[in-house]
Design a protein around this ligand. Structure first.
Ligand code: FAD
Ligand code: DHB
Length: 397
């Protein structure tokens, strides 16, 4: 078998890249380790930035998300028993869309299959060979058969625990990492949203977030210590925690109901530099992780796909590598902006045990400034709705 680009992993990064390449007439094969049903039901993120939605719109993939996604023109910040609104429309003119990641994955898979383009699920034992040569090759097992694909470029879109980054020899990558001493316990509940926008709450017990998935389903999170066991959090304890931290009044009246999904997500900041080794390019969680407070993980994965798509478009149109040689630099500029924002949102909203009371006061002062200064609120809003891009997703000569 031969193709131009092998994409390892069918998450937001891999699937978006596959579509952007197809739109430019570049062939690719998507290899996914899990079953289609698994990736289409995996509960994860839910906030799409304005540039992410615009990109999906431009390539005709935002049909269902425009109908079923919820457009939000602001968020609420709650602390010290008061509710504050950050008005994105007023501060930036832009909005965000709340739409579950697995719904986006469903849309992207369906569109790829409708285009008659290849995507293999349930592949095993993916191995990358010759990535530091001009003849890279991907080997894997599928349907009990050993397969080999020759290609020009490999896109490593297989998440934080994938094999792509792990295939790069020791010493090539510099790792920047921060692990936080807390995690998020996330739930999905059969309840009506208690507020028409997302509520980020800072409370002496820790952070809480009230989000939603539709008119009858809420997605909510509680800060818990790293290493927490879900078994220690029966439903009643979760509702008590959410009630205390989110409070009530000011348009928020928490509705309780059946919880049908519970999970833990560790909080981590992680970046590798460079995001490339020879013919292997890393995208999304394979290259970087942000703490979830800024709602950026999925959006950053789509942003990397956009940058690589542009570079590959240029490469196949001209035979040159210079745009691809800028891949790391272009991605990392955004990645570090988003890292800074996600770290900052995390710092001002969480209870960070073990730090000095002085530092705690500084973080509280920073949050106070966001709700009392238009300039500070604008900084939050600009980052939250999504920073603009310097280049397009297709090279147009
Ligand atoms: P992924 O979505 O991880 O996709 C990688 C794909 O590669 C997967 O389908 C995987 O099955 C496949 N794969 C792995 N190994 C191989 C292999 N060897 N061969 C082939 N395929 C392989 N972000 C937020 O902003 N808010 C949140 O609330 C939030 N919650 C999260 C909860 C969890 C449990 C996790 C793990 C992440 C969460 N994120 C959240 C982050 C966000 O979901 C990710 O940033 C986003 O999924 C990144 O997309 P990706 O395409 O880079 O990677
Ligand atoms: C959601 C997740 C986030 O990480 C966030 O910051 C806001 C909302 C969500 O899953 O809805």
């Amino acid at each position: 078998m031969r193709t131009q680009v092998v994409i390892v992993g069918a998450g937001p990064a891999g699937l978006t890249l596959a579509h952007l390449l197809h739109r430019q007439g570049i062939d690719c094969l998507v290899l996914e380790a899990r079953a289609r049903e698994h990736i289409e039901t995996r509960v994860r993120a839910g906030v799409l930035e304005h540039p992410t939605v615009d990109l999906l719109d431009e390539i005709g993939l935002a049909g269902r998300l425009r109908v079923e996604g919820m457009t939000h023109h602001g968020i609420r910040l709650r602390f010290d028993h008061a509710m504050h609104r950050i008005d994105f429309a007023d501060l930036t003119g832009a909005a965000i869309t709340v739409y579950a990641q697995q719904e986006l994955v469903k849309d992207l898979v369906a569109a790829r299959l409708a285009d008659g383009q290849p995507i293999l699920f349930d592949v095993d034992d993916v191995r990358l060979d010759g990535v530091d040569t001009d003849r890279p090759r991907v080997r894997f097992r599928h349907d009990g058969r050993e397969r080999t694909v020759d290609c020009d470029v490999i896109a490593g879109c297989d998440g934080f625990h994938g094999i792509s980054r792990a295939s790069i020899p020791a010493g090539v990558l510099t790792v920047h990492e921060r692990v936080y001493p807390f995690a998020w316990l996330g739930i999905l509940a059969q309840t009506r949203p208690s507020c028409d926008e997302l509520v980020y709450a800072r409370h002496p017990d820790g952070f809480a977030l009230h989000s939603m998935r539709g008119p009858e389903v809420t997605r909510q999170y509680l800060q818990v210590p790293a290493g927490t066991d879900l078994a220690d959090w029966p439903d009643e304890r979760i509702w008590t925690g959410l009630r205390r931290r989110l409070g009530h009044g000011d348009g928020l009246d928490l509705e309780e109901g059946p919880i049908f999904d519970k999970s833990l997500a560790p909080m981590r900041s992680f970046v590798v530099e460079p995001m490339r080794y020879g013919r292997l390019f890393l995208l999304g969680d394979a290259a970087h992780i942000v703490p979830a407070t800024g709602a950026k993980g999925l959006n950053l994965a789509v942003a990397d796909a956009r940058v690589l798509s542009y570079g590959l478009g240029h490469h196949y149109a001209t035979g040159r590598w210079d745009e691809l040689d800028r891949y790391t630099e272009r991605c990392l500029r955004r990645v570090w902006q988003v890292q800074q924002f996600s770290w900052w949102m995390t710092a001002i909203l969480h209870r960070i045990g073990g730090t000095q009371p002085f530092d705690e006061r500084l973080r509280a002062a920073e949050l106070d400034r966001v709700v009392s200064s238009r300039a500070a609120a604008t900084t939050l809003a600009e980052n939250y709705v999504g920073l603009p891009f310097a280049t397009g997703w297709a090279w147009r000569g």
